[in-house]
Every structure is written in structure tokens, then in C-alpha cells.
Ligand binder design. Structure first.
Ligand SMILES: NC(=O)c1ccc[n+]([C@@H]2O[C@H](COP(=O)([O-])OP(=O)(O)OC[C@H]3O[C@@H](n4cnc5c(N)ncnc54)[C@H](O)[C@@H]3O)[C@@H](O)[C@H]2O)c1
Length: 246
């Protein structure tokens, strides 16, 4: 289904990003992973994809550094011959009550989650416009829609991603480029492992499906949004949260 496609997955070394990278590779895409550092897990993801018979490469790059992003994306275009799919997945949290948040807690989260996603998208756009084809999927969060105590910085970054998604969708729909957002609820990864147990238990009470989500479930949705079948869907925000925010 995705044969001859190249997908860039930011934060693809682990968690949701890894699941999306592996899923797209399973559908035939070659994969460029952008991550902050080379790690055993990043190498394991690369090897998993190569074992599936697909090309995979790691690009070490901090997405909040626009120059580093431009260099990484140019290198990917040289190495793979172009880009068809961009998954803006990399993200961080620095959870605290707003009264306790310092300037760095706010700027780091906005810089990576929101500005970083814009930098990578901007760097890929010329290539998409030239091909008159592109699929962009931004990983937002349900807390960008509903807010969350202790996550003012994070929820603002994820709400920003929704506005960014809708604006990109409007700007580039006529060029064959779709841009959609996925808003996951609670998905078990390193990011959620960092949360206090009481907060995790309290969250389960508010999930009608009474379970947490899996990265692979988010990956299935991303795979649909980048497929030809989804070519008439753009500017959409799709929640995948077991009913957490209805
Ligand atoms: N896990 C959840 O419950 C959940 C819910 C909603 C949204 N999300 C979002 O899904 C995405 C993936 O989350 P996850 O749970 O897999 O997290 P994770 O912490 O397991 O993985 C995050 C990935 O982002 C990369 N990354 C972080 N900062 C980066 C930077 N500056 N430059 C490049 N790469 C960077 C990391 O290297 C890592 O590969 C994030 O955007 C997160 O906000 C997660």
C-alpha cells in the first residue's frame, strides 16, 4: 500500500513514534527517523524495520533547532530521493502547576512540541509541493482539547498543534497535501511511565473503555490517514482515547 513511499517520523525511536514507523514499514514505506540521540532503542527500531526488508535511517536532530532540522530534512531528501509522509510525533512534557512552572518549563515544551513540528513541516513542504502530494499527521493530545491540571505548557502546545494542522490543511489542500491531527488519550509509553501512580489510577476512572491505549492502536489510525483512502480527509482532529473526552 505504501510501496515507494518515504516516511519521516520524528521521535520514531520509541513509544508511539516507533509503533507508527514499524506500521508504515509493514505497509511498504521506507523510514527516516528523527530523534534527539542515537540509543539502543533507536538502533533496535532501525534494525526491526530493516529486518522487514525496508530502508531505515536515523537522523540525530533536536527539532527545536531550525537549522538542524533544515540540515536533517535536506539529508533525508538526498538519501531517500524525496519524502511522501511526515509524522510529527516528537514531544516532551514538563508537568507542574502553572504557579511552579519556570520560563524554561514553558519555553522548552512549546519549542519542541509546537515550534519543532512547524520547523519540520516547513522544511518538508517544498518537496511535497513539487510532488503535488504529501501526507502530514501531527500528534496532538486530548489534553489540547480538554485541558489538564498540571499541563498548562503541554496542553497549550497540543492545542497549538490543532490550529497549525487546520491552517496547513487550508494552505496546501489544493497542492494534493493533507494535514491531519491525532489526539491520543492515555497511551502506555515512557511518557506516561513518568506520571505518579495516583494520577494514572485516577485517569482510568475517566476512561469509559476502562483501559489504556496501545501505541499500535495509534499507529493503525496514522496508517489510515496517510493512505490513498484518506485523501479527502484534511484539517481533521481524530481522538483515540477510549472515550476519555466525549
Ligand atoms: N503517551 C501518551 O499517553 C500520549 C498521549 C497524547 C499524546 N502523546 C504524544 O505522542 C507523542 C509521542 O509520545 P510518546 O508517549 O511515545 O513519548 P516518548 O517520550 O516515549 O517518545 C517521545 C519521542 O520524541 C523524541 N523527542 C523528544 N524531544 C525531541 C526533540 N527535541 N527532537 C527530536 N526528537 C525528540 C524522543 O527522542 C522520543 O523518541 C508525543 O508528541 C506526545 O506528546 C502521547
Amino acid at each position: 500500500m505504501l510501496n515507494d513511499n518515504t516516511a519521516v517520523v520524528t521521535g520514531g525511536s520509541r513509544g508511539i513514534g516507533r509503533a507508527i514507523a514499524v506500521k508504515l514499514a509493514g505497509l511498504g514505506a521506507d523510514i527516516a527517523i528523527i530523534a534527539t540521540r542515537d540509543s539502543d532503542r533507536a538502533q533496535d527500531t532501525i534494525k526491526t524495520i530493516e529486518d522487514m526488508g525496508r530502508k531505515a535511517r536515523l537522523y540525530v536532530c533536536d527539532i527545536s533547532d531550525i537549522e538542524a532540522v533544515n540540515n536533517a530534512v535536506s539529508q533525508i531528501i538526498t538519501d531517500f530521493g524525496g519524502i511522501d509522509i511526515l509524522i510529527n510525533n516528537a514531544g516532551i512534557t514538563k508537568d507542574k502547576l502553572l504557579m511552579q512552572m519556570n520560563e524554561e518549563d514553558i519555553s522548552d515544551v512549546i519549542d519542541v512540541n509546537l515550534k519543532g513540528s512547524m520547523y519540520v513541516t516547513k522544511a518538508c513542504l517544498r518537496n511535497f509541493v513539487r510532488k503535488r502530494h504529501g501526507r502530514i499527521v501531527n500528534i496532538s493530545s486530548v489534553v489540547g482539547l480538554m485541558g489538564n491540571a498540571g499541563q498548562v505548557n503541554y496542553s497549550a502546545s497540543k492545542a497549538g498543534i490543532i490550529g497549525f494542522t487546520k491552517s496547513v490543511a487550508r494552505e496546501y489542500a489544493s497542492k494534493g497535501i493533507t494535514c491531519n491531527a491525532i489526539a491520543p488519550g492515555f497511551i502506555c509509553t515512557d511518557m506516561t511511565d513518568k506520571m505518579p501512580k495516583e494520577a494514572i489510577d485516577a485517569m482510568l476512572d475517566n476512561i469509559p473503555c476502562k483501559r489504556y491505549g496501545k501505541p499500535e492502536e495509534v499507529a493503525h489510525l496514522a496508517a489510515f490517514l496517510v493512505s490513498d483512502e484518506a485523501s479527502y480527509i484534511t484539517g481533521e482532529v481524530i481522538k483515540i482515547d477510549g472515550g476519555m473526552y466525549i
